[in-house]
Design a protein around this ligand. Structure first.
Ligand code: ADP
Ligand code: MG
Ligand code: ZN
Length: 642
């Protein structure tokens, strides 16, 4: 980009260059104003049309005139003793006949003096511009405390919370006990620096908080400042780079300048990844991004440049540690990494308690149960959940927030808003009901999938026409081979039920199929679960914490690509067959349950469990779960569709 090409050598001079530009701008504005103001100093005389002037001359009433090329000033003959009246007029063009007419009517005339503003005008036009200029300048300097607005782009925009005013304490951060212990040390450094420096120990300069979004990294950084009672400078990585090229580096410099003056203090850089992306084109851009690189370099320089014991500690947060420039992690920079991970069940309960502190809870609310029903929720999700539940209770004018509010809030977060206004026709509703019961029946049999808690044919959220809620009994961090197969079968259960009952499928299963295929592909290319291809990774893991991005394939030979595709298809096909087989053997149950669901729209609790307890396990299920293959003497359940 052309803007950035001449940018390399500039940053050092930037502020002066900008000041100069700013002054020019102001000067220019003033000159423009003067152009309008100064000429009017001398022209307070009444203005009359040119034709009137000629009429007056011809009527012999004009005594004298000063004739300029664009302005004529004339005085009438005094009617009685005293002052004569003076007027001005603007000539149409340079009237060559005018001198002759004037002479004929005995008017004394002359050309204007070189400066007809008079000496006062002259002096004013010299004195006033600088006065205005310095006036504006002074005003802006006073207001901004550093320079006119146009000149402050190089200033850091860090929000400063001074001593203790982040108001956050460690007790506000829950469920991340290990991380809290790690950073406890930092608080100690800030409070009793002497204890460490006395022994010659160097205080760490940088701490990097790493973890998925919403787990409380920002909160934890504030809590460190709050506990230590020191000022907290906070700026986000993307803020360094916005607006003007060449400013990021200046901002970094300014930020550290301010921080050093207020030490001991904390400088918090949020979203460090926006700034500290690996240089050297690791992400495919050649030539790099000058602006970001310079800002990053400046940050590294500043971090190296100050003495460890000045008491400035830099905390940065990122959810993409894998893309950070390795230079950032060198000793003396962000050499400490603290992982802030999603909370486990106990942690979730603790976080719920923190956020329920100011919420009135009914007696039936058990936060541990809520925690059990929210695996995978981060702190921010839980904070949101408590608020949603409170809003629901308030909407119904209830005195306290009940367990039912929490359940509804969880469903809202997981599946989206209920949309009773979306009316399905009879056929659609029937299809959805069988589809969901299909998921539920397969789900009841598969290991590690948890209890099926609810089936509903009330549309929710953006796409779901119906849904099945299955809650794992505990947090799981690994999926064993058979569970993964089971998961794929559950996903295909909906579609299999449609096939079995109606002999044709709807478009409603596309999301299930997508997910099932993705899982099967990952089993082969990431988890090394294929016997044939073995534990070879065919995909590169790129995003550590942000799900939903497809990973790039390693370059593989066409033969291997074909093998992968076949293996994936085998897994999906196997799951499809077992799902069909299970549903076929439980066909009566499927019919019965779907009919109940159609009548009630929602099936849950005891009634649902009674239904699902009747599910019969087909003999071939065990072997399939173990091997992913159906034994040859088991007739394959043929798909109804070809
Ligand atoms: P991150 O910076 O990791 O993306 P934040 O610190 O911005 O997450 O968290 C957003 C909000 O979520 C916090 O203000 C807080 O209300 C809530 N929250 C997140 N994690 C926690 C936690 N561990 N304990 C209590 N509240 C949390
Ligand atoms: Mg954050
Ligand atoms: Zn489905």
């Amino acid at each position: 980009m052309p803007v950035e090409t001449n940018n390399k050598k500039r940053p050092k001079k930037q502020p002066q260059a900008r000041q100069f530009g700013g002054s020019l701008l102001i000067l220019f504005t003033i000159l423009l104003l003067l152009n309008f103001i100064v000429p009017s100093f001398g022209s307070r005389l009444p203005q009359v049309p040119y034709s009137d002037f000629i009429t007056q001359v011809e009527a012999d009433r004009v005594d004298r005139a000063i004739v300029g090329s664009d302005r004529i000033e004339f005085a009438l003959k005094p009617e009685t003793e005293g002052e004569s009246q003076v007027f001005t007029t603007t000539p149409i063009t340079i009237d060559l006949d005018l001198p002759k007419i004037l002479r004929e009517h005995n008017v004394k005339y002359a050309a204007p003096a070189p400066n007809n503003n008079g000496w006062i005008g002259t002096i004013l036009s010299w004195v006033i511009p600088p006065l205005i200029f310095f006036g504006i300048w002074g005003f802006l300097i006073n207001r901004q405390g550093g320079g006119p607005a146009a000149l402050t782009v190089g200033k850091s925009k860090a929000r400063i919370y001074s001593e203790g005013t982040t108001g956050v304490k460690f007790s506000d951060v829950a469920g991340v006990e290990e991380a809290k212990q790690e950073v406890q040390e930092v608080v100690d450094f800030l409070k009793n620096a002497g204890k460490y420096t006395k022994l010659g120990a160097k205080i760490p300069k940088g701490v990097l908080l790493v973890g998925p979004p919403g787990t409380g990294k920002t909160l934890l950084a504030k809590a460190i400042a709050g506990e230590a009672g020191v000022p907290f400078f906070s700026i986000s990585g993307s803020e360094f780079i916005e607006l003007f090229v060449g400013v990021g580096a200046a901002r970094v410099r300014d930020l550290f300048e301010q921080a050093k003056q207020q030490a001991p203090c904390i400088v918090f850089i949020d979203e460090l990844d926006a700034l500290g992306k690996s240089r050297g084109g690791a992400n495919g851009f050649v030539g790099g991004n000058d602006e970001r690189e310079q800002t990053l370099n400046q940050l590294l320089t500043e971090m190296d440049g100050f003495d460890a014991n000045t008491g400035v500690i830099i905390i940065a947060a990122t959810n993409r540690p894998e893309i950070l420039d390795p230079a950032l992690r060198r000793p003396g920079r962000f050499d400490r990494q603290v992982v802030v991970d999603r909370p486990d069940k106990v942690g979730r309960e603790a976080i719920l308690k923190v956020h329920a502190r100011n919420v009135k809870l009914a007696d039936d609310v058990d936060l541990l149960t809520v925690a059990g029903r929210t695996p995978g929720f981060a702190g921010a999700d839980l904070a949101n959940l408590v608020n949603e539940a409170a809003l629901l209770a308030a909407r119904q004018n209830r005195e306290a927030v009940a367990m039912s509010d929490f359940n509804e809030a969880i469903e809202r977060v997981v599946a989206g808003l209920e949309r009773r206004s979306r009316v399905l026709n009879e056929n659609e509703k029937k299809t959805v009901a069988y589809h969901e019961v299909g998921h539920a029946i397969i789900g009841a049999l598969m290991p590690g999938a948890g209890k099926v808690e609810k089936i509903s044919v009330v549309p929710r959220g953006v796409g779901a026409l119906g849904y099945t809620v299955q809650m794992p009994e505990e947090d799981r961090f690994l999926m064993i081979e058979d569970e993964l197969r089971g998961r794929i079968a559950i996903l295909l259960g909906g579609r299999s039920a449609e096939e079995l009952i109606f002999g044709k499928v709807s478009t409603g299963a596309s999301d299930d199929i997508q997910k099932a295929t993705d899982l099967a592909e990952r089993a082969v290319t990431l988890y090394g679960m294929s016997d044939e291809l073995g534990p070879v990774a065919f995909e590169k893991i790129q995003q550590e914490f942000l799900g939903g991005y497809s990973n790039p394939r390693r370059s593989v030979s066409p033969k291997v690509a074909e093998d992968i595709d076949r293996e994936v298809k085998d897994i999906v096909d196997g799951a499809h067959h077992i799902a069909l087989s299970i549903l076929d053997q439980n066909r009566d149950l499927l019919e019965e349950t779907a009919q109940i669901l159609l009548q009630q729209e929602i099936l849950e609790g005891k009634q649902l469990h009674t239904q699902l307890n009747k599910v019969q396990t087909p003999p071939e299920l065990d072997e399939w779960l173990r091997t992913g293959k159906l034994s040859p003497d088991q007739p394959l359940m043929q798909s109804v569709l070809v």
